[in-house]
Write a protein that binds this ligand. Structure first.
Ligand SMILES: [Zn+2]
Ligand SMILES: [Zn+2]
Length: 745
């Protein structure tokens, strides 16, 4: 008998698949189907990756699969191909990669399709209906008549609007007149065979929404994409300054795909913090079923949203990082919004993938167009434009009457500074408030102050588990570590010598306090991860700004993410200097992106905005370049620098990272890995301890692999990783391979 070996991927750190024998009495199985299999002394749930006729193992040693969980495959062959590609590229076990793509409840064996139920009449119920029963309960009578209209029973979904139907149904069932029946699962439908009415008619189905006319720039971008056809792989980089209306381009391209019966995937950095984009899609395509996938969902919500994408009922799928693995039949277009955002890269755990890069692979494999959008594209994407891999689209002007803001540097060394705010900044804030404007103050630090120090002996409050200082929270009277979560009481005196302690530096809490002192009677709101953890808390802050109740907003990067505050006329960047002198080669890029994004919040309405950037280094070439030539000038200078230093995108990197409870264990492991490396033409850098080596009680170090040639790097990793994981030193560390690492420490 052929085709009797079932090859299964299991969620284990082992870098291999497992062969099982099929049950001769059951169907042969299909790739992508979930199975239960014996594994050691337990049973595990896995996914069939292929059906084979031969195994490398002797047949007598193979076990038989226990059972199939569903009849249909959970993942289709296209998605399996993407996951295989990811497992190869990131050199990570396929079983764990597949596990990343599946909701937890499916990994635990939940049914692929939700059970659906309908209510119908029993034989006695039909007799009761004919007799006019129940005579004294008109609402129950009405429900009985309603249920009688569907010979196969009325689906529960259809009864949702019926007032208190469950109560009435219970009474009718207790009398034996009606019964609950399970319906067959919904199948993925072929959208092109559906009636047109069921499809999206954006604009026409939502008369309350006025669909804006595209600007000339938006139209030019749309024309370019449309001219190349709606199908076939092509990657577009839409570079549009803040306020230029990138979303309108996404909406119109999505609309074309939806009208053609295809589905659309929109990837966004953080949904909980950027509700506006989701809101715009939901409004514009009010009658198009939408699924939203993000980390804030409960397991049940995630399963429900996943099922609606998998069975094809959702036509628009919006999601964060892991939504790149969402199972979407007839996918026609992928959009990656804010493609430069670091949250698209998984930087923790074992499987460290880039959702943006995998979205490109997925589009290529499916042969469909993909659009990456940003006001501040990553240098990688700009380089891909130069190489001709991406087509460049540009929205250089703001939509409507809005003018780009004016930027100015404030030299902190030449100014009187009170609690982090220069005199020029303070008087400018006053002027904008007097002109009925709103003001946004950006500082990249939460808490009251980053340091607590003794006034006499020089003691500073350290975190005992990290190479870091504790942050002062004055209102809560706590000292907290931003790296490990340590939380202690705020001491009144120096624990070392007993003298008075003082706070050093500023965080959002302190800036809020000092602005409240300076600008009496002006409403101030704060936006950072300490005050806003959930979407409703964010909405509360946003509505205080929108209503004018708060006229100054103090916050971290969160203020730069996707909000549109039309009355903000002034943005103050309190300290631009973090990142100017970092050892991480990407720090300058991140700083430039943040400044441009934060500055973009100014003057989005009719009034021109003003941006003040406080710095102690007003002559720094990065700041000067940004000021004089904008992001484009910065990017081309930064790319030239990367090229001469042979950093990405002009080289390929992989980082072998390790952590251990002793510093020497981490570096010993990496040194052994270096010694065991196969001979190849590439550079090995390290091992080196991380800049902040101790974090949460563990010591971190890394070994960097660099090559100008991507294929050579991967050939090396193919040979090296199996050696690394069998080193004797591996048992004392946690380790991970990070291909294309974003942050180097
Ligand atoms: Zn002291
Ligand atoms: Zn700590």
């Amino acid at each position: 008998m052929t085709d009797e070996i079932i090859r299964v991927a299991l969620d284990t750190p082992l870098r291999r698949t497992f062969d099982y024998l099929r049950d001769p009495d059951a169907a042969a199985g299909i790739a992508g189907q979930r199975v239960r299999v014996p594994f050691g002394r337990q049973e595990k749930i896995g996914l069939i990756v292929s059906i084979e006729s031969h195994s490398e193992l002797e047949k007598s040693k193979l076990k038989r699969i226990s059972s199939y969980i569903d009849e249909q495959p959970t993942l289709d062959s296209a998605l399996l191909a993407l996951l295989r590609w990811a497992a190869d590229y990131y050199h990570h076990p396929l079983g764990e990669v597949i596990a990343t793509a599946l909701p937890k409840l499916l990994r635990e064996g939940a049914a692929l399709h939700e059970s659906r139920f309908a209510w119908g009449l029993t034989t006695t119920g039909e007799a009761a209906l004919r007799d006019g029963e129940p005579k004294r309960a008109p609402q129950q009578r009405a429900l009985l008549e309603r249920l009688a209209r569907d010979p196969s029973g009325a689906p529960e979904d259809d009864l949702a609007d019926w007032p208190r139907w469950r109560d009435h149904a219970r009474s009718l069932r207790d009398r034996g007149w009606i019964e609950r029946r399970e319906l067959p699962p919904l199948r993925a439908t072929n959208p092109s065979s559906e009636p047109r009415e069921a499809l999206a008619h954006p604009g026409s189905d939502t008369p309350a929404i006025t669909v804006p006319q595209p600007t000339a720039d938006q139209q030019a971008a749309l024309d370019a994409v449309i001219a190349s056809g709606d199908q076939g792989y092509r990657a577009w980089l839409l570079q549009g300054i803040t306020g230029s209306g990138k979303t309108e381009v996404y909406l119109r391209l999505a609309e074309r795909q939806l009208q053609a019966g295809r589905r659309v995937l929109i990837l966004v950095p953080e949904i909980g913090l950027t509700p506006q984009l989701v809101g715009r899609f939901a409004k514009r395509f009010a009658r198009t079923p939408l699924a939203v996938l993000h980390s804030g969902l409960t397991d049940t919500q995630r399963l429900e949203a996943w099922r609606r994408t998998q069975d094809g009922s959702a036509r628009l799928v919006l999601g964060t990082r892991s939504a790149v693995f969402a199972p979407i039949p007839d996918l026609g277009l992928i959009v990656v919004d804010e493609e430069h955002d670091a949250s698209f890269k998984q930087q923790e755990g074992g499987f460290r993938y880039s959702a943006r890069d995998l979205a490109l692979v997925r589009a290529q494999q499916l042969d469909i167009p993909i659009l990456l959008g940003s006001a501040t594209p990553s240098l990688e994407s700009l380089h891909n434009v130069t190489l001709g891999r991406f087509q460049h689209l540009s929205l250089p002007r703001r939509a409507g009457n809005a003018q780009p803001p004016t930027l100015k540097l404030i030299d902190l060394r030449a100014e009187h500074v009170h609690a982090g705010l220069s005199t020029t900044a303070a008087t400018t804030i006053e002027k904008h408030l007097a002109d009925q404007g709103q003001v946004l103050v950006y500082i990249n630090r939460r808490g009251y102050a980053p340091t607590l120090a003794c006034t006499a002996c020089g003691w500073v409050a350290p975190c005992l588990s990290c190479d870091a200082r504790l942050t002062v929270y004055r209102q809560a009277a706590r000292l907290r570590c931003h790296h490990c979560g340590a939380d202690r009481e705020l001491p009144r005196q120096c624990p070392q010598c007993g003298y008075a302690v003082k706070t050093v530096g500023q965080g959002t809490e302190r800036i809020e306090e000092s602005l409240a002192e300076t600008f009496h009677g002006i409403g101030i709101a704060r936006l950072d991860r300490d005050v806003v953890r959930r979407q409703d808390e964010l909405e509360a802050v946003v509505s205080r700004i929108a209503s004018g109740d708060a006229r100054i907003l103090v916050g971290t990067q969160m203020i730069a993410k996707g909000h549109d505050f039309p009355d903000v006329t002034l943005v103050v960047v309190l300290n631009a200097d973090q990142g100017l002198f970092s050892t991480d080669f990407r720090a300058a890029e991140r700083l430039a992106q943040t400044i441009v994004q934060v500055a973009g919040r100014a003057g989005r309405g009719d009034r021109r905005g003003e941006v003040l950037i406080q710095t102690e280094y007003p002559e720094h070439p990065l700041l000067r370049g940004l000021l004089e030539g904008g992001y484009e000038a910065f990017a081309s200078a930064a790319l030239a620098e990367r090229e001469s230093a042979a950093w990405p995108p002009f080289a390929r990197l992989a980082a072998l990272r390790a952590s251990a409870t002793r510093a020497d264990w981490a570096t010993d492991f990496l040194a052994a890995a270096r010694r065991a490396a196969p001979k190849a033409h590439l550079r090995l850098l390290g091992p080196a301890p991380a800049a902040m080596a101790k974090r949460a009680g563990r010591f971190h170090a890394q070994l960097l692999v660099e090559s100008a040639d991507r294929a050579a790097l991967h050939r090396f990793l193919d040979r090296w990783v199996p050696v690394v994981e069998t080193l004797p030193e591996v048992r004392r560390v946690r380790w991970a391979l990070d291909v294309d690492p974003l942050e180097l420490f």
